[in-house]
Design a protein around this ligand. Structure first.
Ligand SMILES: NC(=O)c1ccc[n+]([C@@H]2O[C@H](COP(=O)([O-])OP(=O)(O)OC[C@H]3O[C@@H](n4cnc5c(N)ncnc54)[C@H](O)[C@@H]3O)[C@@H](O)[C@H]2O)c1
Length: 276
């Protein structure tokens, strides 16, 4: 018998700790981009995934794509900036499934404006979704998980929380705030068996990045797109930008028992772009 972890000699154990079979997960902002990637990876790992989004039709399409591929998913319509809608979402999931194991607060928006030009309305809008929406998700899921004495909350932050890019002050404030909510809640709920962590992705091409290469008439400028993506690749030591699945696998680690001793941390799937 080897001295140490007890995992040696049990080759299947390391595989099993990533298994989400029988677990119930909510992913917000699940209709597109990173949220869709997280939902697909969770479903691939065996979870029942509630794909929640403000765009109800797209959430239904995301859920259908997962079930068509053999996974277990359900759609839900939610505006995360409305506390009563987040509460209703969490309550309906618990009423149907009897539990909530994973809450991924992923929904987010971006507004680009230099500090001196940022309007109060723009600032409020970004914080309402990215920060208050995330807080509501933490509060509603956290209360359920405290009752269960188990659960994992995953908050979608951003490299912007560390790097403070010019023109993105509302966004980076919201993401730095998301990290502080994560750390505070990890301390408050750790003794209750609930883990709370953040994922801070680097660049992933989604609707959020389109503003960099969209013409005034709404069409994509392919030259600008190629330049933008090449710049993103060049600054990454791994020489590529991320995919939604790359972020999904980071979230899977935090959702699963593989991270059972991890809380209050920020995991940075970013190709090495920033190393704070
Ligand atoms: N794409 C990147 O490079 C990148 C990098 C770092 C962090 N992020 C973060 O990842 C998350 C997902 O972004 P993405 O890039 O996939 O963008 P995306 O625009 O493709 O997806 C965002 C999703 O959130 C939904 N949404 C927006 N407002 C909502 C609301 N009020 N309630 C519920 N759903 C709402 C949208 O309908 C959409 O489906 C965001 O939190 C974003 O800040 C993205």
């Amino acid at each position: 018998m080897p001295v140490g972890t007890g995992v040696l000699g049990q080759p299947a154990a390391a595989g099993r700790v990533f298994d989400l079979s029988g677990r119930v997960a909510i992913v917000t902002g699940a209709a597109h981009g990173i949220g869709l990637g997280v939902s697909e990876v969770f479903a691939e790992a065996g979870a029942t995934v509630v794909c929640a989004d403000i765009d109800g039709d797209a959430a239904a399409a995301a859920s259908r794509a997962i079930t068509d591929a053999g996974g277990s998913a359900k759609p839900a319509t939610v505006d995360v900036s409305r506390r009563e809608q987040v509460r209703a979402l969490v309550r309906s999931v618990v009423a149907e499934h009897g539990r909530l194991d994973v809450m991924c607060n992923n929904a987010g928006i971006i507004v680009e404006a230099p500090v001196l030009e940022l309007s109060e309305e723009q600032f409020d809008r970004v914080l309402a979704v990215n920060l208050k929406g995330l807080l509501f998700g933490c509060q509603e899921a956290g209360a359920v998980m405290r009752g269960q004495q188990a659960g994992s909350i995953i908050n979608m932050a951003s490299a912007a929380a560390d790097t403070a890019p010019p023109g993105l002050v509302a966004y980076s404030v919201s993401k730095a705030g998301a990290v502080q909510i994560t750390r505070t809640l990890a301390k408050e709920l750790g003794p209750e068996g609930v883990r709370v962590n953040a994922v801070a992705p680097g660049l992933v091409e989604t609707t959020i990045t389109r503003r960099h290469y969209t013409n005034q008439d709404g069409t994509i400028n392919e030259d600008n797109r190629a330049t933008f993506l090449a710049r993103g690749r060049d600054v990454a030591p791994l020489r590529r930008i991320g995919t939604p699945a790359d972020i999904g696998y980071a979230a899977l680690y935090l959702a699963s028992d593989a991270s059972r001793f991890v809380t209050g941390q920020v995991l940075r799937p970013n190709g090495g772009t920033s190393m704070p």
